[in-house]
Design a protein. Structure first.
Length: 67
């Protein structure tokens, strides 16, 4: 969908739910696609744990010189 952006490592996609239909982001979804018997890696499990416990934040770095 238009709300999906690819990263591929360590998580395949970030979905900005609602962005293309509502013009506002309702939720962020971290999506990893697995096939066959593939499982989450240790790092992917860590990411899931961090999100589930709510230890997520937004940080902004404001550049003074346009870089």
């Amino acid at each position: 969908t238009q709300d999906c952006r690819s990263l591929f490592e360590p998580i395949d996609y970030v979905i900005f739910s609602g962005m293309s239909t509502n013009g506002a982001v309702d939720a962020l979804v971290f999506l990893d696609v697995k096939s066959g018997g593939a499982r989450l890696t240790r790092i992917q499990k860590d990411i899931a744990s961090v999100v589930q416990r709510g230890d997520v934040r937004v940080e902004v770095i404001q550049s003074r010189n346009g870089v």
